[in-house]
Design a protein around this ligand. Sequence first.
Ligand SMILES: *Cc1c(COP(=O)(O)O)cnc(C)c1O
Length: 474
Amino acid sequence: MNDMPKEEFRKAGHQLIDWIADYLNNIEKFPVLPKVKPGDITKRIPQTPPVNGEEIEKVLSDIDKVLLDGITHWNHPGFMAYFNTTSSGPGILAELLTAAFTSNGMLWKTSPTVTEMEKSMMNWFRQMVGLPENYWGIIYDTASTSSMHAIASAREQLNLGFREKGVAGRKDLPKIILYCSEQAHSSIDKGALLLGVGLDGIRKIPVNEKFEMIPEKLEEAINEDIKKGYKPFCVVATVGTTSTTSVDPVEQIADIAEKYNIWFHIDAAYAGVTAMVPEMRWVSKGWERADSIVINPHKWMFTPLDLSILLTRKKDILKRAFSLVPEYLKTAQDSEVENFMDYGYQLGRRFRSLKLWFIIRYFGVEGIANRLKQQISWAKEFSSWISDAKDFELVAPVPFSTVCFRYNPGNKTEDELNKINEELLEKINTTGKIFLSHTKLYGKFVIRLTIGGIRHERRHIQNAWELIKTIARG
Ligand SMILES: *Cc1c(COP(=O)(O)O)cnc(C)c1O
């Protein structure tokens, strides 16, 4: 009635590591996007669970037969869609060890190493992105969760009794308003949804021609809301927006947030890691004035999903929003230690910081920074190819590693161009060689190419350009 016998585990473990090593080694042989139709994979999975156990060998052999056809290969160097999340060797190994320990970091006592490693890694990471010592960090699963906790802290900072009285049915509560640009990520809206702000309580501030929030418009909106008797409580700047990777003017927004005493959150989920690159330090200008910042190592620091970091200089407010300690979770060390369960809605916590310990030690800060720097330079190179081609155009500036462009052979209406580019993207993606995504900017259908994978080499960027040109011109 016990677990798998240890020799069987050892053998299967070796086999699986071999499988993974071969898979990553040969990954370019797979089409980056699967060709399956909805339901195809379901058909391969029995509708009822096995009553009696099966050999682990049989499970392992089904990796190829059942799974692979429906896997989108995020680790494929042809993956240049969305933001390219890839997992590095050290990250994969750490993930394996996390499962072996399955230590729960809800309290210091439930696994001292988990808490102390997370605190140490947050201290490392804070230094890596150049934030001062008064910043404290915590790991959550995703940026969506990190930003939700930031917005919850912003709400708690108002001291309007949200903990005790909630939001529903209260006549004494003013409408509370959150501000972000119209280019902000939908996770901000979702955080507001969850916290009783409502979509109605979000002001989408217009952006300039470079897709950056216009601070004058922010201040105007705040004043209008105050006049109406509403309570501005949170402003979110994005450093590296999801569509174009534009950067909101952090310092000017900080001025306004300070003037009106509003919580200032920075969403740097994708681009935040570039603060590690000496040449990119401009990115983090003014960050020390933010109340909270989210950065995702799982986006552009070669960390397997999931690992998002929230840094804040107001951890006490975050704690006030979430700490709730029942008798059975009280420990003798409570006064001496930090219990991470006090800083979020979840109780159980995975040992995620182990991935940072492996990755940062293996590559080194410089090794990570150099990879980012190289990828940024390839994106600049790609964007220069686009600008030099008479029948292509850049649609947004390229501050990081994402290029927004479209095919424009001339003599076409905007509607025709949209159709042509949509078709072009579809054709590129069905080759299985690369996977690009799209966005819409001022009604224009725009193709997005992102570099950010640990397996990207310059040839992949060159090949992508050859493929895009050939298909477009054909
Ligand atoms: C990807 C992204 C998010 C959401 O990240 P998750 O970790 O998937 O929740 C939020 N903000 C920005 C700017 C992003 O690029």
